[in-house]
Design a protein around this ligand. Structure first.
Ligand code: 13P
Ligand code: SF4
Length: 320
């Protein structure tokens, strides 16, 4: 009986949370109209954030949306470098990052000083920086790239030697796809780095015969066994195009939500273990509402850095 009571109590509590979420989501919608704002969310965001977003996608898709929107205000539900990229492209807009502490440890692994030094030590090379970098690092780069176009960008540049910053796993993957010399920065994403071969094999033993989809930030051993190596949004395309019905998804586990939403007839499983990007989960509905009401916290970039970073981002976008 006592148990039953506590179960009913717990259900009431869950109902209250859902009602709260619903009420906040309604206020967010109202505030969004009043501000002429658009809400952009990365694929790893909490489900309730993805549900209120005007657009959910990967880094490249989000950058394109940010540059294409005619909204006055962009609420960026992602991490700091993503909001910075939106500002680089659209400095006339108010770019809000509802949680200013939402950073990316991978992006923090490269500084503009170190990248500039490495470039000067390798004359004739070009710096290609992954979008997961600060604006200041992008400003030191010839081109920017994302996980969905890295191979294309490396192939498109004139130079035969590429300094690839900062993700070593993506760099190794690109190196295997192109006929150029890649000098890799020694950075990595802690979330993807912690996905081990054993964890993927454990998931495969529970779901034999399924296909493996991996993000290129995963370790080379994982990429070697993957059927599909894609950006987060590319994973949705791969699942739609494949004849397989079930997949192990090697990336941050928030990705299971947009995959299940876009491809509800197929099954998606994580590798063993917990693979959560804590930074991506910092943004909540209440913080989005607060940001819309106060137009804070804003993300900006000093103009001198922005124009140089813009060159690298625009050269990437121009490749289509
Ligand atoms: P995508 O551009 O593939 O969404 O990747 C962003 C990211 O931070 C992956 O960890
Ligand atoms: Fe950065 Fe990794 Fe989080 Fe992506 S998952 S935002 S690369 S820490």
């Amino acid at each position: 009986m006592a148990n039953q009571k506590s179960e009913v109590g717990e259900l009431d509590h869950i109902d209250e949370i859902l009602l709260d979420d619903l009420a906040i989501a309604e206020q967010v919608e109202k505030a969004k109209q009043e501000r002429n704002a658009v809400i952009l969310a990365h694929n790893y965001q909490r489900p309730e954030i993805q549900d209120i977003a005007d657009y959910t996608g990967d880094s490249l898709g989000l950058a394109r949306q940010a540059s294409g929107t005619d909204a006055d205000v962009v609420v960026f539900c992602g991490v700091h470098f993503m909001a910075e990229t939106a500002y680089i492209l659209s400095p006339e807009k108010v770019i809000l990052l509802p949680e200013p502490e939402a950073g990316c440890p991978l992006a923090d692994m490269a500084t503009p000083e170190e990248v500039g030094k490495m470039h000067s030590e390798n004359p004739g090379s070009v710096v290609i920086s992954y979008v997961n970098t600060s604006a200041a690092v992008k400003a030191e780069s010839g081109y920017c790239c994302t996980s969905s176009n890295a191979v294309q960008v490396v192939n498109a540049v004139e130079e035969d030697t590429v300094l690839f910053v900062p993700d070593r796993n993506l760099a190794a993957y690109v190196e295997g796809q192109v006929d150029k010399r890649i000098i890799a920065w020694n950075g990595y994403c802690p979330v993807h780095e912690e996905i081990t071969l054993e964890q993927v094999l454990e998931a495969l033993s529970n779901h034999p015969g399924v296909e493996v989809i991996a993000h290129p930030e995963c370790r080379p051993q994982i990429l070697a066994m993957a059927h599909h190596i894609r950006s987060t949004s590319g994973m949705i395309d791969a699942a739609l195009a494949s004849t397989a019905e079930e997949f192990i998804v090697c990336t941050e586990e928030g990705m299971l939500y947009p995959l299940s939403k876009a491809v509800p007839e197929k099954m998606f499983y994580p590798p063993a273990g917990e693979h959560i990007c804590p930074n991506m989960k910092l943004i909540t509905l209440s913080k989005v509402l607060w940001a819309l009401q106060t137009l804070e916290p804003r993300v900006t970039v000093p103009e001198e850095i922005r124009v140089r970073a813009l060159g690298a981002v625009e050269r990437m976008l121009a490749l289509g």
